[in-house]
Design a protein around this ligand. Structure first.
Ligand SMILES: Nc1ncnc2c1ncn2[C@@H]1O[C@H](COP(=O)(O)OP(=O)(O)OP(=O)(O)O)[C@@H](O)[C@H]1O
Ligand SMILES: [Mg+2]
Length: 203
């Protein structure tokens, strides 16, 4: 299975393109790195690939088919700041199970404690919250994971722990992952292949 973005062009303002004719492809089971300067449009591309930006030009498809905007999106985005991705008025257990009933095995893998389930999002650390974001995104319906600087808020040991868990689950589910990071060492450790946004962006 292939997720493809073809001829993707986008600007937040008219006459100011951030992305121009970007082509990118991600295969099931692949762990692909994406690097680029700050402000170059990596997060913008991530949002476009996962359906958060409606008014881009070009096509996003899985095996040649456009992704429906209705129902569960098989392309799941994990943000750098998980607090931006959760409803602050919902308890963690509701946030967790919004898309599917997350199995206990996944909660155990991520070290999500039972007592955290009754908390509000602002009662967890960034790293703890990110574990919830990952657990709920790794549903059996997910085919691709777009990981936009997902472990920047944690220390090196926690970063390695979280990535170990994610890689283990994505391998089992044959999910393709786009790893966006400034951290060359991390990207080299996780990814078979790395692309630079500047090389694929004709802006
Ligand atoms: N909602 C928005 N409205 C207007 N401009 C935006 C918006 N979001 C981002 N931008 C601008 O678009 C450009 C690309 O931003 P983006 O967040 O995609 O970069 P990035 O490569 O992810 O950067 P970083 O490495 O710092 O996360 C930047 O110049 C940014 O200021
Ligand atoms: Mg970014």
């Amino acid at each position: 299975m292939y997720l493809k973005g073809e001829n993707i062009s986008f600007g937040y303002k008219k006459d100011n393109l951030i992305l121009k004719d970007v082509d990118i492809a991600l295969e099931s089971g692949e762990v692909l790195g994406l690097m680029g300067d700050s402000g170059s449009g990596k997060s913008t591309l991530c949002k476009i690939l996962s359906g958060y930006v409606p008014n881009y030009q070009g096509t996003i498809s899985i095996d040649g088919k456009k992704i429906s905007s209705k129902g569960y999106n098989p392309v799941q985005l994990i943000f750098q700041h998980p607090e931006k991705a959760v409803n602050p008025k919902w308890k963690m257990k509701d946030i967790l199970n919004e898309g599917y009933l997350v199995p206990q095995t996944i909660l155990d893998s991520f070290g999500i404690k039972k007592s955290w389930l009754n908390r509000w999002p602002n009662e967890l650390s960034g790293g703890e919250l990110q574990r919830f974001a990952l657990a709920r995104a790794l549903s059996p319906k997910t085919k691709f994971l777009i990981a936009d600087e997902i472990t920047t808020m944690v220390d090196a040991i926690t970063q390695a722990q979280i990535w170990d868990i994610v890689l283990d689950i994505v391998e089992k589910l044959n999910i393709g992952v786009l790893v966006v990071s400034h951290d060359k060492t991390l990207i080299n450790k996780l990814c078979y292949d790395v692309i630079s946004l500047a090389d694929i962006n004709k802006v």
